[in-house]
Design a binder for this molecule. Structure first.
Ligand SMILES: *[C@@H]1O[C@H](CO)[C@@H](O)[C@H](O)[C@H]1NC(C)=O
Ligand SMILES: *[C@@H]1O[C@H](CO)[C@@H](O)[C@H](O)[C@H]1NC(C)=O
Ligand SMILES: *[C@@H]1O[C@H](CO)[C@@H](O)[C@H](O)[C@H]1NC(C)=O
Length: 163
């Protein structure tokens, strides 16, 4: 048992060094609140990656963080949550698989925009090549150096799905 787990653990350690997860404060200084447009917030901060953390800060007792599916997100329906968190003043949630995540507040503010839809993308190479939106797309510089790390990231992704 331990002989099987140890290599995975070491692999995990090396991966956590390569793919440093980011921590996002949902809503930035506006936090998790009504009257915040989280679609705009997501557009400003994406892409999000597997391993990143979302930290919801809210007024104690005034809000909750309900993870739902897409249909419930669209309807602001908190009656069948995937997860439900309302304690204290903050909640840290790790994006531990790729794909979409949906969060709403069940306290009546969802219709006003207090809902968050984000997509967790596969792990990137540790340092993304710098991009500039001001320059027109020229030939992209060689990314040869990134390939070994990219394959490590692929291994990392499959590692997450090991039983
Ligand atoms: C979340 O859980 C609390 C405590 O278990 C419960 O009182 C509340 O109704 C739940 N909220 C939703 C939206 O499921
Ligand atoms: C991912 O997160 C969810 C909710 O926090 C948890 O139930 C699940 O066990 C996690 N999966 C992995 C592979 O860590
Ligand atoms: C958020 O802003 C976008 C445009 O940036 C707009 O299309 C959308 O309707 C807004 N959402 C809410 C809930 O106001």
């Amino acid at each position: 048992m331990a002989g099987k787990l140890l290599p995975r653990f070491l692999l995990f350690l090396s991966l956590t060094r390569l793919a440093s997860p980011d921590k996002f404060t949902v809503g930035d200084s506006q936090a998790w609140n009504y009257n915040v447009n989280y679609t705009d917030w997501v557009d400003k901060h994406k892409p999000f990656h597997v391993g990143d953390w979302l930290v919801f800060y809210y007024q104690s007792g005034m809000a909750d963080v309900i993870q739902v599916d897409e249909a419930a997100y669209n309807k602001c329906d908190a009656s069948n949550p995937i997860s439900n968190y309302s304690k204290g003043r903050s909640y840290a949630f790790q994006l531990n698989h790729t794909g979409p995540y949906y969060f709403i507040c069940s306290r009546g503010f969802c219709y006003g925009g207090m809902r968050l839809a984000i997509v967790a993308e596969p792990l990137p190479p540790p340092s993304s090549p710098p991009t500039s939106q001001h320059l027109s797309a020229g030939p992209r510089s060689s990314h040869a150096g990134a390939y070994p790390l990219l394959s490590v990231a692929v291994v990392a992704t499959s590692f997450l799905f090991l039983p």
